[in-house]
Design a protein around this ligand. Structure first.
Ligand code: ADE
Ligand code: ZN
Length: 338
């Protein structure tokens, strides 16, 4: 349960965000502003009507609306504005570092050049108030050949991209479908992550590890269905980027009180808290922490662990990691003394 002191601690503690789809940070107001700027007509008469449509029953029902919302992004400045808005918002939640997903295929399929997408997002990261890097996601409902073509297209921008990921409709599109493209990305020195065990079974988490060689699992909450997998994830200290509000909105859990975040931590898993698609799921980083801590038996010890996990699991150099972890430890030491 959350008291005022714990709320302030959660809000003020330094943290990293490792699971944010930048297209999922497009607020309805910005969707309408960009639609007007670009002369795009939307199937919703107003911001309120669009917001009302955010009543999801599962991942696919969300993705349909999310891809429709992204259709207003056409010019480099649109991608810049979207990213700048996210970074400013994340900074207010005391996010110090963000590793940001983007979905180039959502845009190149509409005729928007790859360079327009990556340059807009990247430039905003350069100008932003916090440290940020980019993870390019392949859409798993498309073919591996299309993913390979996207990886090729990204090569002139290799310096702007830290890693690759795998997102979109999970069930029916197992990680092994993307074995070759992840191997190619690994050879290029890109960091590797994949969504697995959000709606899909524990076997998808295993194949993300064994076939794709990922270094973090996005979501992964269904791992608890396999004790052997949990034991392995703990042994390998494999981080899970958990997204509490997303999981409730997409009915992975009925209510926040049934979320398994506390159990994941109790088992020694390197769980982190993230916002996924904050404009669609009802909140940014601190909203996710507050909703989870309000509904679950989590206290300041867990808050510290989650803040430490977020930096331990980040793709940062050892020096940067040490500095951020020291910042977390100093923050909690000062709080104890007060
Ligand atoms: N794309 C954006 N958000 C996603 C999620 N939670 N799962 C899969 N694909 C996504
Ligand atoms: Zn996601």
């Amino acid at each position: 349960m959350l008291n005022e002191q714990l709320r302030r601690t959660i809000e003020q503690m330094p943290k990293a965000e490792l699971h944010i789809h930048i297209e999922g940070s497009l607020e309805p107001e910005l969707i309408f502003a960009l639609a007007q700027r670009n002369g795009v007509s939307l199937p919703y008469p107003s911001v309120e009507a669009l917001r009302q449509a955010y009543a999801f029953t599962d991942l696919q029902s969300f993705l349909d609306i999310y891809y429709a919302g992204a259709s207003v992004l056409l010019a480099e400045q649109d991608f810049y504005d979207m990213t700048a808005a996210y970074l400013a918002r994340a900074a207010r939640d005391n996010v110090r570092h963000a590793e940001i997903f983007f979905d180039p295929q959502t845009h190149t399929a509409r005729g928007v050049p790859f360079e327009t997408v990556v340059n807009g997002i990247w430039r905003a990261c350069q100008d932003g108030p916090i440290s940020a890097s980019l993870i390019m996601c392949f859409l798993r409902h498309l073919s591996e050949d299309e993913a390979l073509a996207t990886l090729d297209e990204s090569l002139p921008h290799r310096d702007k991209i830290l890693g690759v990921g795998l997102d979109s409709s999970e069930v029916g599109h197992p990680p092994e479908k993307f074995a070759r493209v992840f191997e190619r990305a690994r050879q290029l020195g890109l960091r590797l992550v994949a969504h697995a065990g959000e709606e899909g079974p524990p076997a998808y988490i295993e194949s993300a590890l064994d076939v794709l060689n990922v270094e973090r699992i996005d979501h992964g909450v269904r791992c608890l269905e396999s004790p052997e997998l949990v034991e392995r994830l703990v042994r390998e200290q494999m981080a899970l980027t958990v997204c509490p509000l997303s999981n409730v909105k997409l009915r992975v859990f009925d209510v926040m009180g049934s979320h398994n975040l506390r159990t994941l931590l109790d088992k020694g898993l390197v769980a982190t808290v993230n916002s996924d698609d904050p404009a669609y799921f009802g909140g940014y980083m601190n909203d996710n922490f507050i909703a989870a801590f309000d509904a679950l038996p989590l206290d300041a010890t867990h808050a510290r662990q989650l803040a430490r996990n977020s930096f331990s699991a980040a793709f940062l150099g050892p020096e940067q990691k040490r500095a951020y972890l020291a910042e977390v430890d100093d923050f909690f030491a000062a709080r104890q003394g007060s």
